[in-house]
Design a binder for this molecule. Sequence first.
Ligand SMILES: [Zn+2]
Length: 99
Amino acid sequence: MSTRSVIRHVQHAIGTHPRAEVTVTSRCLDGACPWALEPTADLKAADEAMMTHTGRTGHPTFARTFEDVALVRRLELNEGRHAIPPFPSEEPQHERAAR
Ligand SMILES: [Zn+2]
């Protein structure tokens, strides 16, 4: 007995979720310096906070992490699928977990 499958190419696109923000976190890389920046979507304020830290301490290097929510969407519908999945809930995860 043999099994046969048909694979159909389906186009997808990926991008930042339209309701999400890019956030940045940062930490100072100078020795044991504990300075760290909490996640913020204000990228300009994050840059200014790092420059202020450098001005006060002379520490010039930081590890930055940028994060967003990526959304992959199917660009065409397949047989048996009648709708493009809705965007995920805007409800923050910590509120969902509290239930
Ligand atoms: Zn530092």
